[in-house]
Design a protein. Structure first.
Length: 76
């Protein structure tokens, strides 16, 4: 049996939802946060146990950057 295609007139909203309470929303309320950007990465399963939180990841990366800077200055 084929399902009939949905049209714009089909309303799946439950009757207990009161649309009048949805008034007053602010468009783009968090747009400035989005523009600032987010940099999320997924750690490999074999590495993740060594970095239980954001601070440990940042500390390790900062150390690595310092080592890289030192190495670059030594080779010049």
């Amino acid at each position: 049996m084929k399902k009939k295609p949905k049209t714009e007139l089909d309303d799946d909203l439950r009757p207990e939802y009161d649309l009048s309470k949805l008034k007053g929303g602010v468009r783009g309320k968090y747009a400035h946060r989005f523009k600032e950007g987010t940099n999320l990465v997924l750690l490999s399963p074999e590495v993740a146990p060594y970095f239980p939180n954001e601070e440990s990841v940042n500390a390790a990366l900062k150390s690595l950057v310092d080592i890289a800077k030192t190495h670059i200055h030594e080779t010049r």
